[in-house]
Design a protein around this ligand. Structure first.
Ligand code: IMP
Ligand code: MG
Length: 181
């Protein structure tokens, strides 16, 4: 694996695709056991979670499950609240469904907290959180506890396997970390 360069910044290899897939297989084993007979609905948060959500969903082939996609619309708030996020594109009825919310990364947790409150209002039977990456040191909502975590990582900027820098690098098959040297 070579170094990658975006916007004059260097990124070095961090988690390779084989390790990502080995971890996904482990998570799928737990999800398969926990959700047998519950017909969970995987809800992928676009765009970043797409590769992870699809690979995780496919790794759960031994249970009945459904997959859908939502997108968060961000816009600048008028006051100090900053960016407000609104769910777009959820066609499914969540009532009495077991939802597995699939994210690429939980950083401050702001996105996930807002998303959870919007989805809870739709009366699902349960909501679980699966995130490929988790930065515990960056978390601002200590009540937020992801159920399925691929990798806990330090508070550093990473790209690849869905994670972007200004829209680019999502197509990298491995995960890279910003080289701060
Ligand atoms: P939050 O701070 O938990 O709300 O994270 C919001 C969003 O920031 C995530 O869904 C990602 O799209 C983005 N993000 C956070 N950390 C990184 C990173 O290291 N690389 C790329 N995107 C990131
Ligand atoms: Mg994201």
């Amino acid at each position: 694996m070579k170094q990658k360069c975006y916007q004059g910044m260097k990124f070095r290899p961090y988690i390779d695709n084989a390790r990502i897939h080995a971890r996904i297989a482990e998570l799928a084993k737990v999800i398969t056991a926990d959700f047998a007979d519950k017909k969970p609905l995987f809800v992928c948060v676009l765009n970043g979670a797409a590769p992870f959500a699809v690979d995780l969903f496919r790794a759960c082939e031994d249970i009945d499950a459904e997959l859908t996609f939502i997108r968060l619309k961000s816009y600048e708030g008028t006051g100090s609240t900053g960016v407000v996020k609104q769910v777009m594109g959820l066609g499914e009825n969540l009532e009495n469904r077991h939802v597995i919310l699939v994210e690429d990364i939980i950083d401050t947790g702001n996105t996930m907290v807002k998303l959870l409150s919007q989805l809870r209002a739709l009366n699902p039977a349960s909501i679980s959180i699966a995130t490929l990456l988790f930065k515990p040191e960056a978390l601002q909502h200590l009540e937020l506890k992801p159920d399925f975590v691929g990798f806990e990582i330090p508070k550093k900027f990473i790209i690849g396997y869905g994670l972007d820098i200004d829209g680019l690098a999502r197509n990298l098959n491995d995960i890279y970390i910003l080289d701060e040297e």
